[in-house]
Design a binder for this molecule. Sequence first.
Ligand code: NHR
Ligand code: GAR
Length: 221
Amino acid sequence: MSLTKPKLVVLISGGGTNLQAIIDAIADGRLHAELAAVISNKQDAFGLERGRTAGAAVRCVDHRQFADRDSFDAELMQVIDAFEPAMVILAGFMRILTPGFVRHYQGKLLNIHPSLLPKYAGLNTHQRALDAGESYHGATVHFVTEELDGGPAILQASVVVNKNDTALTLASKVLEKEHEIYPAAIQWCLTGKAKLTDGVVHLDDQILPKSGTQWNNEDRH
Ligand code: NHR
Ligand code: GAR
């Protein structure tokens, strides 16, 4: 057993409820890690407050102060690497990252996306799922690759779409699932239970399909 806990750096742009789920999972022992830092591209992101309260370092790297994506990402990398994280976690982070950034953290960079990928990559996922008349919707934790929302998935959770659901009610149901699966998937990566090898995810040495493994409520502890 190692005495030092693996460090996480979490990148956010907004409210940070997924960050809070990570903080809570660390506090109650489901996630064996140290939250080293929370970094936002937006100064007023409420998630920075959550990070501060949890005792993490907090930083803002405002993308508007950089001439292009390469220089923003270069600064972001410097700030992140100073914390020597085992993993970098995108939690509602809204800036597309350059190939150089993604390669630098290959196999250590996770995102949670609010859809059942490969469906509805990109933005505005809840409205698009509703408009398409989907019966199911959900969230996916995936390794980040150069392909936007196209990296191989680790874990997926579904919710049923009811006929009276709106984008707002759907978002809140999906968010609840996000809060369950993200800490679990991070813990799987930190222990080596899940890993990215040659572009595919291995879970307990089984190769996962591109959409990852499916979360069921029995997995809850
Ligand atoms: N970067 C790479 N290279 N690959 C991925 O899979 C990434 C990524 C960066 C962020 C999160 C993603 C999501 O889960 C994510 C995955 C932002 C946009 C976007 O269009 C799209 C997808 C995601 C995050 N961003 C606009 C941009 O110009 C800005 C939008 C805004 O500020 O509101 O960067 O959904
Ligand atoms: C979450 O639903 C997350 O999946 C989504 O934004 C929300 C952030 O909520 N992420 C993206 O859309 C990334 N482009 P949070 O700030 O409360 O964790």
